[in-house]
Design a protein around this ligand. Structure first.
Ligand SMILES: [Zn+2]
Length: 118
């Protein structure tokens, strides 16, 4: 699958990073998604104000809103199709902020008993 290939996957789609790198990458992707979601209205207001002051219309604002929407969908897909380090299938099913893999139940949380050394 095209979305699963990248710098963290080898040619066969197998993950090539450890669990900590995997978790940092997941946090980074989720942060990008939140920034794109919460930043939409303030960014459009700012662009719209500049657009109206300089060009006297909102054409540039509509173009920027469209580009922003495409970026948001890409960020959403990067989180939704992120692979589990344990079972190598999609980590999320319906909830993008779950701590456990939807397929194998892998729990990435640092306080998880399965992660603590005995
Ligand atoms: Zn899994």
């Amino acid at each position: 699958m095209l979305l699963c290939k990248g710098r963290y996957n080898d040619r066969n789609g197998t993950l090539t990073m450890n669990n900590n790198e995997w978790y940092v990458e997941l946090k980074r992707r989720r942060l990008a998604l939140v920034i794109l979601l919460l930043g939409f209205v303030p960014a459009m207001v700012a662009i719209g104000a500049v657009d109206m002051a300089v060009l006297k219309n909102f054409n540039l604002t509509f173009v920027c809103a469209g580009v922003w929407g495409v970026l948001y969908l890409a960020a959403f897909a990067r989180v939704a199709f992120y692979k589990c380090p344990n079972c190598h299938k999609r980590f999320h099913r319906y909830v993008l902020w779950s701590r456990r893999c939807a397929r194998c139940g892998f729990d990435y949380s640092p306080e998880s008993p399965s992660k603590q050394s005995v």
